[in-house]
Design a protein around this ligand. Structure first.
Ligand SMILES: NC(=O)c1ccc[n+]([C@@H]2O[C@H](COP(=O)([O-])OP(=O)(O)OC[C@H]3O[C@@H](n4cnc5c(N)ncnc54)[C@H](O)[C@@H]3O)[C@@H](O)[C@H]2O)c1
Length: 261
């Protein structure tokens, strides 16, 4: 047996809401690459299927489902379909979220509709999908792994109209610690990663501005923004036996950004 075997996920089953997105598809591929059977979920079945197809090309067993994870019934449905297809559920990696750069408003006038949209997209999606997954994990009696995606913005203010996003990511970090505390008795660990800018379509527009990008990069000690591959090693750690004694942690994946603050 190799030391690396503690990172393997053979026999485990994972669900990845937002698995059709930039970070979600990389997460789903990494979990499958480590041996897990994976359900990829996205707003449309087509979007989920596109990601699933490329992962299946590597030989993995992948189910693709369309669902709106801000709806309780959809969350129950995708978890039910996963357990029906694969017989169990061990891991959820919550990759639905974002919207930060799309609704920038001064703090004193932050509009309620934009605030509610960011909360729905980031907090409600993570809350409802995780509640459904946790019930299945508790019923399965084998413990489990929950991995959330927070952001460096959960702990750093930014003078650029991000009120709702920083609050939503703060909520994700707080829920991570709360769930870790409550679900430890079931053998379920709950952790989060907190990236800085990751080069994805969601932030492409912002990073297209060379002055903006130079400003971002100048604040990151490692001198670049992240890539989706920078996140998957941490995800395998948090989703495998390698992290059996780690729960309630928020790992900055930020090239050293938060170390400078
Ligand atoms: N990209 C970055 O720079 C960055 C940095 C820090 C944190 N994050 C976080 O990482 C996560 C993923 O970001 P991304 O860049 O991959 O975004 P993305 O938009 O590429 O992926 C999100 C996916 O979620 C899906 N989705 C949205 N609403 C849904 C719903 N209600 N039900 C089901 N699926 C839904 C979208 O269709 C999309 O495929 C977000 O939480 C984001 O805040 C991103």
């Amino acid at each position: 047996m190799s030391q690396l075997d503690v990172f393997r996920l053979d026999g485990r089953v994972a669900i990845v809401p937002g698995g059709g997105g930039a970070i979600g598809s990389a997460m789903a591929a990494a979990l499958a690459g480590a041996g897990a059977r994976v359900t990829v979920v996205d707003v449309t079945a087509e979007r989920a299927e596109t990601a699933a197809e490329s992962i299946r090309a590597g030989g993995a067993d992948v189910l693709a489902l369309g669902a709106d994870v801000t709806q309780e019934g959809d969350c129950e449905r995708i978890v039910g379909a996963t357990v029906e297809r694969f017989g169990r559920l061990d891991i959820i990696v919550n990759c639905v979220g974002g919207g930060a750069g799309k609704v920038l408003f001064d703090a004193e006038a932050y509009p309620r509709d934009a605030w509610d949209w960011i909360y729905e997209l980031n907090v409600r999606s993570t809350l409802l999908a995780t509640q459904a997954a946790a019930k299945a994990m508790i019923a399965g009696g084998r413990g489990g792994r929950v991995l959330n995606i927070s952001s460096v913005r959960a702990s750093l203010g930014i003078n650029a109209g991000y009120s709702a996003y920083v609050a939503a990511k703060g909520a994700i970090s707080s829920l991570t610690r709360q769930w870790a505390t409550e679900w430890a008795k079931h053998g379920i660990t709950v952790n989060a990663i907190a990236p800085t800018f990751v080069d994805t379509p969601q932030v492409a527009m912002l990073l297209e501005d060379p002055t903006f990008k130079a400003g971002v990069v100048s604040r990151i000690p490692l001198g670049r923004v992240g890539g989706t591959d920078d996140l998957t090693g941490a995800a395998l750690f948090f989703c495998s036996d390698a992290s059996s004694f780690v729960t309630g942690q928020i790992l900055g994946i930020d090239g050293g950004l938060t170390a400078t603050q």
